[in-house]
Design a protein around this ligand. Structure first.
Ligand code: SAH
Length: 294
């Protein structure tokens, strides 16, 4: 782990300075960093995925605990700096690139590195990172939907993203991320973080959030792709009535012949609004949709 002075010295030595656009706010409170690493009970049987290597401060801590660490950094200067520092660790794969291939897919090199690591380390896959704002939500969503699925996540995110992760029906922050998490596991806010725990200080508050997948819960969803399409369709029009949303159906959902039957069989009132429905309601709707479209 690196102090604020360490990070400043490393950046200066490489002729780099923090890039706000890339969300480069380095975590400099080392107790919080330990807390983040502790939160998933990471062991040497697990694979840890970190998005946003930065100068490799948290990566070093993960490498001491995990069986293998896969980390990716978009900024070429930082990626080079981190790779040099992390070369001493045999159990770290440090990649340069965008963590996302597209909004709905993780970087292919990341997927390959995770699969390789998991063939050697039998345990869980854990996302543990001080996530960059721009891609954090999409990275977490993809690790819930698959093809590669995380068993748990412990992340620092902007307060606004934390709110979306834990939001309940009816709340303004309730959306697809809340539903993906509620439908497949348990999520809780570990603690709020003031700007002062980062350098440079971000303009907003942040939070540390923990998500744990519950395989039994997740197994109630018969087809993940359909579930994602269903929640994207309805939460894209969260204040309309459910029955008014269905004309926007895309993908396999265009083949649904009779939506009223689906609402009826799911015991959902079509006059309700998408933001009022629970994860269980959406699982029922999505499973019925899957039956009609498979
Ligand atoms: N883990 C480090 C840095 C966290 S800041 C620490 O806490 O000290 C977030 C990091 O994510 C930055 O280094 C930023 O350059 C990187 N980043 C931003 N967008 C990214 C993307 N699309 N893919 C991978 N890394 C990204």
């Amino acid at each position: 782990m690196q102090t604020k002075q360490d990070i400043q010295r490393l950046l200066a030595g490489a002729g780099l300075s923090p890039n706000r656009r890339l969300g480069q706010n380095f975590l400099i409170d080392l107790n919080l960093m330990k807390m983040l690493a502790d939160a998933t009970h990471l062991t040497d049987q697990d694979v840890a995925l970190e998005v946003g290597t930065g100068t490799g401060s948290f990566t070093e801590e993960l490498a001491l605990r995990a069986g293998h660490v896969v980390t990716i950094e978009y900024d070429t200067g930082l990626a080079r700096l981190a790779a040099a520092r992390l070369a001493a660790f045999e159990n770290v794969t440090a990649l340069q690139g965008d963590a996302l291939e597209s909004k709905n897919a993780l970087n292919a090199d990341v997927l390959t590195a995770i699969r390789t690591a998991r063939s050697q380390v039998a345990g869980r896959l854990l996302l543990t990172a001080n996530l960059p704002y721009s891609v954090g939500s999409a990275v977490m969503a993809n690790l819930i939907v698959g093809p590669v699925i995380a068993d748990a996540m412990a992340v620092t995110v902007q307060k606004e993203v934390a709110d979306r992760m834990v939001a309940m029906p009816g709340h303004d922050a309730y959306g697809t991320l809340s539903l993906l998490m509620a439908a497949t596991g348990q999520v809780h806010l570990l603690r709020k973080l003031p700007p002062s725990v980062f350098w440079p200080r971000p303009q907003v508050d942040s939070a540390m959030v923990v998500f744990e997948r519950d395989p039994k819960k997740a197994a109630q969803i018969h087809n993940m792709a359909t579930f994602r399409q269903v929640i994207t369709l309805f939460m894209g029009h969260r204040r309309k009535m459910l029955k008014a949303c269905v004309k926007f159906a895309e993908g396999t959902l265009v083949h649904i012949r009779h939506w009223p039957t689906i609402f009826e069989e799911a015991f959902v009132d079509p006059h309700h609004r998408p933001e009022e429905l629970t994860a269980a309601d959406y699982i029922n709707i999505a499973n019925l949709c899957y039956e009609q479209t498979r």
